[in-house]
Design a protein. Structure first.
Ligand code: UQ1
Length: 444
């Protein structure tokens, strides 16, 4: 480890500019390489990539002052995977090679993180290298724990099993194959208890499937509809925000979808799904002909087991400044941040500029003056061609961009085109480049 070779804390800036000599010295000494950067960003997803470029565009950094760490080969536009589930997009069109999205002025480490040492201002990578930083931004996303539902990994991998999920690149195109293959029987769509990214997506997959079957003459609201649909959710309601939840429950009733509330999927065995009911503490088994599963999710192990974690295992940052509550040179945004709001790409459009502003202020020894209000959004597909644009902040307070003109709890065609055409386009043309601030428009 580099700590034994160099004294870094005070000589941080000098070593940053003398990076080449540092590296050759490390090689010469045959020790793990020590690399020094003003800012190290963990994760090159929607949050890490966008905010690294925002930092770079501030003009306050020299080439390689900022480092980006991510083991991935591909960068995915994950909000598009629901559209893949509805056969509205091809999954291959929603990804790009990650390296090509990174400005060459950023130092890219194509590795994963092994451990954080916040007291030493270092991060150890899985290849043994250490990175030293003045500021650390943590944005590696959330971990999908497929194993947490017994039988799920096997059922997803089995091409003949009618079990799928929009939550992964490998499986999101299995979703429509199972939907278009179903001609009659029971379809169950699940949502787990606990934190998931994009809490509206579990039912988006269902609403698109319902519309597909309706158009194919396979679904109606009568008791002899060939296909019957159930929404089995660990939650007691359709959605966490009362304004939208009410409307979604009304849709559910009108469309004759069975609501299995407080039903948390525990295991899958052949065509049987077993749920744990939080209200009665009982297990309930249902037979299915199609099962759309939302896996359980949680913080990455390397965060949960670090000093950076809060009680739930996410990064313990201040709700408003996005600065770590214990380590003033650590920040977090995106799904890994322990913020009491819904985890979405839209949330990142609001978080990233706040984090960047506060980090820059902090670097210059100035007061933090930007504040995140919890903004997040869920463009909820309720049928083909219609989206309910739920937008809200901390406390579930609606924060509707077009609220003066529209009641956004009413599903609309204009919002469908935002979701299907505009957001994917602006994401790759502007957001990953640090140019897009969501409802605030372009970043100067
Ligand atoms: C947004 O900017 C964005 O990013 C491209 C999304 O895609 C994931 C969104 O879902 C939303 C809602 C926004 C917010 C922007 C506007 C104009 C409401």
């Amino acid at each position: 480890m580099l700590r034994s070779t160099f004294t870094l804390a005070s000589g941080n800036r000098a070593i940053t500019t003398g990076q080449t000599s540092l590296r050759s010295y490390a090689t010469h000494q045959a020790v793990a390489a020590a690399r020094n950067h003003r800012v190290v960003v963990i994760g090159a997803g929607a949050a890490g990539l966008g905010l690294s470029h925002q930092l770079l565009r501030s003009g306050k950094f020299a080439p390689k002052d900022i480092a980006l760490v991510d083991p991935a080969q591909w960068h995915h536009y994950q909000p598009g995977w629901t559209l893949v589930g509805g056969n509205l997009k091809n999954k291959e069109d929603l990804r790009k090679p990650l390296a090509g999205l990174i400005n060459p002025k950023l130092q890219f480490y194509n590795n994963s993180v092994a451990a954080f040492s916040p007291e030493q201002n270092t991060v150890t990578l899985s290849n043994g290298d250490s990175l030293c930083y003045e500021h650390l931004v943590v944005a590696p996303g959330i971990s999908i724990n497929y194993d947490a539902i017994k039988g799920l990994p096997e059922a997803l991998a089995d091409v003949s099993a009618p079990v799928s999920t929009i939550y992964g690149y490998e499986t999101c195109d299995k979703v429509f194959r199972t939907i278009s293959g179903l001609k009659k029987g029971t379809a169950i769509f699940t949502q787990p208890t606990g934190v998931v990214k994009c809490a509206g997506a579990p039912q988006k997959a269902m609403w698109l499937a319902l519309d597909h079957w309706k158009r194919a003459g396979l679904y109606d609201t009568s008791s002899n509809s060939p296909i019957k649909i159930s929404f089995a959710t660990g939650l007691p309601v359709m959605f966490g925000v009362p304004k939208y939840s009410q409307k979604l429950n009304q849709l559910r009733e009108e469309r004759n979808v069975e609501g299995l509330f407080q039903h948390d999927l525990e295991s899958i065995d052949g065509d049987k799904a077993t749920f744990f009911r939080a209200d009665t503490q009982e297990r309930v088994t249902k037979r299915f002909d199609l099962l759309h599963v939302v896996p359980k999710m949680g913080p990455h192990k390397f965060i949960k087991e670090s000093q950076l974690a809060d009680g739930a295992g996410f990064v313990d940052v201040d709700d408003s400044t996005l600065r770590h509550n214990k380590f003033p040179n650590i920040w977090a945004a995106g799904d890994s941040a322990g913020l009491p709001t819904s985890k979405t790409a839209a949330a990142i459009t609001a978080q990233a500029p706040v984090l960047v502003r506060n980090l820059l202020q902090s670097l210059e020894g100035k007061t933090l003056d930007a504040s995140y209000n919890g903004y997040t959004s869920c463009p909820l597909l309720t049928e083909y061609n219609k989206v309910m644009l739920a937008e809200f902040g901390y406390g579930g307070k609606p924060m509707e961009t077009f609220g003066r003109v529209f009641d956004q709890s009413v599903p609309r065609r204009a919002f469908f085109h935002l979701k299907k055409d505009f957001f994917p386009w602006i994401y790759f043309t502007a957001m990953v480049k640090g140019l897009w601030g969501g409802p605030n428009g372009f970043i100067r």
